[in-house]
Design a binder for this molecule. Structure first.
Ligand code: SAM
Ligand code: SF4
Length: 322
């Protein structure tokens, strides 16, 4: 069992399988060049699987695969199938921009993946171009359709941005609930790599907009993790808000993150991390175990959001996987 210095049980591992992405979202990597990735720096997935086995043996019970865009990584379905066959009862999820789901949803389902989070910030094609810098809404919507057809439960992730998509807070909620998906609003998290002109909406502002049309009921928290859940009194539609700007955000944090280059990050907004690359590449189980334990031991009580503007925001979301 993995317990950190503040008595939090760490059961959730997020794995970023690549930093590369086919989109260039304004809040994530708008100015990153197309060919920035050094492919040799990526940990091969068979080596990563050995790390995952150690993590599961140490007490990890939930794994989310993310990126960059994880579906750019070849053989992802086999990687997922290997994890599933090693740990039949583990919770296995994937976060994706949806672009490749039309092609891969079926094989992901067959590999044993449980659920999908799909990022969707707007239902207007021209807005999606503004936000992601790509003309991709039709492909994302087709990907969502295919993922539903093969039977995935889906959460949609939306980052509400002032003057960009804040007038779609209600239409997105209605779109999701009409299709039996749960929408989660994620507060924009300021970081070095994002467009510095962006301004996000916070939890209170999001709730205020929804309450102009619907009566909102808060659902008491049942699981650990950063999302708060709400229900609309009129039709029982459920939605979530991830509000990292709130003071109590870190109290229930149960996660660590592995990057595609073999670094374990105990927190999104905390620079110190454990370099586990050598142990992973050598297949040294004892070294991997030590790295996991060390990163849990070093997990800070709170993120360092407010300490130093340059320091706290230096690590990219497409590196840690958000
Ligand atoms: N490419 C995949 C995707 O977009 O779903 C997975 C990686 S992406 C880094 C994971 C999540 O982080 C997405 O839902 C994205 O909206 C969110 N994200 C990225 N940068 C963010 C930021 N600055 N603030 C809030 N959420 C952010
Ligand atoms: Fe790519 Fe996801 Fe970042 Fe958008 S949020 S640029 S889709 S990694």
């Amino acid at each position: 069992m993995l317990i950190d210095s503040f008595d939090r049980k760490i059961e959730y591992l997020r794995i970023s399988v690549t930093k590369q992405c086919n989109f260039r979202c304004q809040y994530c990597m708008p100015d990153t060049p197309e060919n920035f990735l050094d492919k040799d720096s990526l940990i091969p997935l068979d080596k990563m699987f050995e790390f995952v086995k150690v993590a599961i043996d140490e007490g990890i019970k939930k794994i989310r695969i993310t990126g960059g865009e994880p579906l750019l990584r070849e053989d992802l379905s086999s990687f997922i199938a290997s994890i599933r066959s090693y740990a039949p009862s583990i919770e296995l999820a994937l976060t994706t921009n949806g672009y490749f789901l039309k092609k891969y949803a079926k094989s992901l389902k067959e590999s044993g993946l449980d659920r999908l989070n799909i990022s969707l910030d707007s239902l207007k094609p021209s807005r999606v171009v503004v936000i992601s810098k790509r003309d991709v809404l039709p492909q994302i919507l087709e990907g969502i359709d295919e993922a539903q057809r093969v039977g995935f439960p889906i959460k949609l992730n939306m980052v509400p941005l002032k003057g960009i998509n804040d007038d779609e807070i209600i239409p997105m909620l209605e779109y999701a609930s009409q299709r039996n998906m749960t929408l989660r609003y994620i507060e924009f998290m300021e970081n070095h790599h994002a467009n510095s002109k962006l301004r996000g909406l916070n939890e209170a502002e999001i709730l205020q907009i929804i309450s102009q049309k619907y009566k909102i009921l808060e659902i008491p928290k049942q699981t650990l993790g950063p999302s708060k859940s709400f229900k609309l009194a009129e039709n029982n539609a459920i939605f979530g808000i991830i509000a990292p700007h709130n003071d109590d955000f870190c109290k229930s944090c149960n996660r660590i993150r592995l990057t595609s280059e073999g670094t374990i990050c105990p927190c999104l907004y905390y620079q110190e991390a454990v370099d586990a690359k050598e142990g992973i590449l050598e297949g040294d189980l004892a070294k991997m175990r030590e790295s996991i334990r060390l990163s849990v031991k070093n997990k800070p009580e709170k993120n360092q959001w407010d300490l130093d503007q340059n320091e706290h925001s230096a690590r990219a979301f497409y590196y840690t996987g958000g």
